[in-house]
Design a protein around this ligand. Structure first.
Ligand code: HEM
Length: 350
């Protein structure tokens, strides 16, 4: 009950923030996107997303992390076009089957589909799955204690997904050092500050042993706090165990700046995290965010708005998917086969 009241308060406070924070980011808006895109076609869009996520997160706060990561994995591969949501097809394995996406949460895909169904019930087929994913990430940050930020909307959904090779080339592995991360991020016009701020997304969520045992076996990374290393060895007695651990040691489910405090104490989980405090180009940014949460939040917002506009499809490009897991062509093909078989009395096999 207390949680429910807290949730209601959050809705009220955040609705208030929607008003006062409008236009807070100076990041330019990509052509075709706008802050008022659905104000006529789906005026209740943001509250539909928020109210559904309040219910979801009330049952399991950790789902917020899965939704935030989903948006990142969508945007870095082929742009924020919901391509990561597509199931595989006869044309080959989908992005979801590529190694970095195997640890995306299945629950996150379902949550996006559920929200899309709710939206269609109220507004029809007008909101893209890419926009739903961006909004779900934004609400996840807010409902985990992070900042509210307005996001430009109007993305459209891709009719196809990327190959495994393209997916692998665009998603950084946890073994990357800062130079490799800076190169990848700058290829997407994201600055070194964006890199550090967006890495702060690791203030919530979990990692599997396979993502960090390179730092434990065969030799222990000297840049990892000894107590943390000993604890991680208990969680991951071998490099291939399927166990998980929290990314942020201090406040694992709260969106705050403690991730940067972890890094300053050599308690970052991945090489890609900890190296941000070793490399001279990023160390001072980590220190600044560790002592100034407001500054971290401001830079995180700018990074998210930039990342959220990568390679967007707009206007008449792409489509608005009815079902986020399949392109409209595939959905229609499924229904026509289903209808045909029903007419022939063979639908029982479904
Ligand atoms: C900078 C490069 C990045 C690398 C190398 C990286 C890598 C990873 C890895 C390996 C995991 C854990 C996967 C697993 O073992 O289950 C993870 C989890 C996560 N990442 Fe990142 N990531 C990066 C950037 C980002 C960004 C930009 C965001 C969002 C702004 C983000 C948000 C998350 C979240 C929230 C989780 C936890 C997911 C969950 O609990 O299901 N990451 N990341």
């Amino acid at each position: 009950m207390a949680l429910h009241n807290l949730a209601l308060c959050l809705v009220i406070v955040s609705c208030f923030l929607v008003v006062i924070c409008e236009g807070q980011s100076s990041v330019p808006v990509a052509p075709g996107l706008s802050y008022t895109f659905y104000s006529t076609s789906c005026p209740n869009l943001e509250s539909i997303v928020r109210i559904h996520l309040l219910q979801v997160l009330e049952n399991d706060t950790t789902q917020a992390a899965g939704l935030l990561r989903l948006h990142f994995h969508d945007c870095f591969v082929q742009g924020c076009d919901a391509s990561v949501l597509l199931d595989g097809s006869t044309s080959g394995p989908s992005e979801q089957n590529a190694p970095p996406n195997l640890t995306l949460r299945q629950a996150a895909f379902k949550i996006i589909n559920d929200i899309q169904t709710l939206i269609q019930g109220q507004c029809g087929q007008v909101v893209s799955c890419a926009d739903v994913t961006a909004l779900a990430a934004r609400e996840s940050v807010l409902l985990s204690g992070g900042p509210y930020y307005n996001i430009p909307l109007g993305r459209r959904d891709s009719p196809n997904f990327a190959t495994t090779n393209v997916t692998l080339a665009n998603l950084p592995p946890p073994t990357f050092n800062t130079s490799q991360l800076i190169n990848l991020f700058s290829s997407k016009n994201l600055t070194t500050t964006d890199l550090v701020a967006l890495s702060g997304g690791h203030t919530i969520g979990i990692g599997h042993c396979t993502s960090f045992t390179n730092r434990l076996y065969p030799t222990q990374d000297s840049n990892m706090d000894k107590t943390l290393a000993n604890n991680l060895k208990l969680t991951c007695p071998a490099s291939n165990t399927t166990n998980t651990t929290n990314l942020d040691l201090r406040t694992p489910n709260i969106f705050d700046n403690k991730y940067f405090v972890d890094l300053m104490n050599r308690q970052g989980l991945f090489t890609s995290d900890q190296d941000l405090y070793t490399d001279s180009r990023t160390k001072s940014i980590v220190q600044t965010f560790a002592v100034n949460q407001t500054l971290f939040f401001q830079n995180f917002i700018d990074g998210m708005i930039k990342m959220g506009q990568l390679g967007v499809l707009t206007g008449s490009q792409g489509q608005i998917r009815a079902n986020c897991s399949a392109t409209n062509a595939n959905t229609m093909a499924f229904w026509s086969v289903f209808r045909e078989q029903q007419q022939q009395g063979t639908s029982a096999q479904y």
